[in-house]
Design a protein around this ligand. Structure first.
Ligand code: S3P
Length: 167
């Protein structure tokens, strides 16, 4: 079966919809943040704090290189991974890349109060999301084979849309 790679902004539903799509299709599920936390025996926030973002980005790129040629099932990818230059091509070597697109209002609603994502801490969450999305949207589109607009759909509906795109 084809591997499915889910990319998109923090809070776009990559993990929840990915888990559901994996369950419905009998695929395995994995998440780059979880794999990195397990490898490093440290939370993502601690990695950012102790070693900085560039180090975390290197870990992300090293991880996806190691997944090329493997049967990963459904892979949910941290929100910045597809933005790093070169990673879009690496992801396409793993499987079909789907961008789960969510609108700013929806993201603000879902991410308000979140304290697990270092890039959103401090200041106005809305401004942070708008600024980061402006920087990233083009990379998400370029890295993806397929775009799914998720606003207004349930986790189950998005999972069904994902599976309808991939054999
Ligand atoms: C990040 C997204 C997070 C995590 C880290 C950085 C980003 O993953 O990788 O906090 O740069 O957008 P999720 O998209 O799963 O929240």
């Amino acid at each position: 079966m084809n591997n499915i790679i889910l990319i998109g902004f923090m809070g776009s539903g990559k993990t929840s919809c990915g888990r559901e799509a994996a369950k419905l299709s009998g695929r395995d599920f994995c998440d780059t943040d979880e794999l990195i936390e397990r490898q490093q025996k440290m939370s993502i926030s601690d990695i950012f704090e102790k070693f900085g973002e560039p180090y975390f980005r290197e870990l992300e790129t090293g991880l996806i290189k190691s997944l090329i040629g493997k049967d990963v099932g459904v892979l949910s990818v941290g929100g910045g991974l597809a933005v790093t230059e070169g990673n879009g091509d690496l992801l396409k070597q793993i499987g079909t890349v789907i961008y789960l697109r969510a609108g700013i209002d929806c993201l603000v609603e879902r991410l308000r109060g979140d304290d697990t994502r270092p890039l959103l801490s401090g200041g106005s969450i809305e401004d942070k999301i708008i600024n980061l999305m402006n920087l990233r949207e083009r990379a998400y589109i370029e890295a993806s084979d397929i775009i799914i607009d998720t606003d207004g759909f349930s986790v189950e509906e998005v999972a069904a849309m994902i599976l309808s795109e991939v054999v």
